[in-house]
Design a protein around this ligand. Structure first.
Ligand SMILES: Nc1ncnc2c1ncn2[C@@H]1O[C@H](COP(=O)(O)OP(=O)(O)O)[C@@H](O)[C@H]1O
Ligand SMILES: [Mg+2]
Length: 242
């Protein structure tokens, strides 16, 4: 078993508010894990901690066999090409085209030629069904299309892990479907994922395992069938209320 990410006993507080009180979990190569939990339970802070956008107070984060918590910004630079955070909003640059949005990480992080970059950007845009929109501006796109371009940009550097923070939130059912399809394509390319969501049906479709965060700890970790058949009242309420 190759653990890509191994999170050991992490703690995180903001002032006197404890958000994480000893979080333990791991991510295996190729799997997608759903991270569920009530609003404000610390899911986004956890994803942000994995790539050093938040400093943890205690514990350890290992990427493959390398400890990555506490690294400097410069040391985190290569890590963030391997563990990619798909922002909740898509976070596109408004003043440049779809093509330039997706190409940006390649110009920033690689020595590829312009021709090579164009080939790569076209390939990725094809995966998210946005190749025809390459020359449009973000403002020309629907929310769902922006989300797909954002996902394309998150994976243009061939990351090993994608962190999805509520990628389907606020989308209509058609766009939800397209985003899930994109995530599934990334999964089939062997990219591992952590999928934060309130969308239980989506999580059941795409996740190999489910984690539930509550009161600063992972209170459940299991396969989708284990999740569905849990006798725990909190987990049951999760399944029925969301
Ligand atoms: N930068 C910050 N400063 C202070 N409190 C924060 C900060 N970021 C998050 N929090 C708090 O941490 C808790 C967890 O937030 P978050 O991870 O965003 O929850 P969610 O599970 O909804 O994604 C919330 O109570 C939030 O208010
Ligand atoms: Mg959040």
């Amino acid at each position: 078993m190759d653990k890509i990410l191994d999170v050991r006993n992490i703690h995180k507080s903001f002032d006197d508010k404890a958000v994480h009180r000893g979080i333990n979990f791991f991510l295996e190569a190729g799997e997608t894990v759903g991270l569920l939990g009530p609003s404000g339970s610390g899911k986004s802070v956890l994803l942000r901690s994995l790539i050093g956008l938040e400093q943890i107070d205690a514990g350890e984060i290992h990427f493959h066999s390398k400890r990555i918590d506490g690294l400097s910004e410069v040391q985190l630079y290569p890590i963030r090409t391997k563990i990619s955070y798909a922002f909740q909003t898509g976070a596109l640059f408004d003043s440049v085209s779809v093509f330039e949005n997706v190409a940006y990480p390649l110009f920033e992080h690689t020595a590829l030629s312009e021709t090579e970059i164009e080939v790569r950007v076209r390939e990725i845009l094809r995966i998210v069904n946005m190749e025809d929109a390459m020359d449009l501006m973000p403002s020309d796109l629907s929310g769902g299309m922006q989300k797909r371009v954002g996902l394309a940009r998150s994976m243009v550097l061939n990351p090993e892990v994608l962190l999805y923070d509520e990628p389907t939130a606020g989308l209509d059912p058609t766009n939800v479907e397209m985003v899930i399809e994109v995530m599934d394509r990334f999964k089939r390319k062997g990219i591992s994922g952590i999928f934060v969501t309130h969308d239980i049906p989506a999580a059941k479709r795409i996740c190999d395992r489910i984690l539930i965060l509550r009161d600063g700890k992972i209170v459940f970790s299991g396969t989708v069938p284990e999740f569905e058949s849990s006798a725990d009242p909190f987990i049951k309420s999760f399944l029925t209320n969301q």
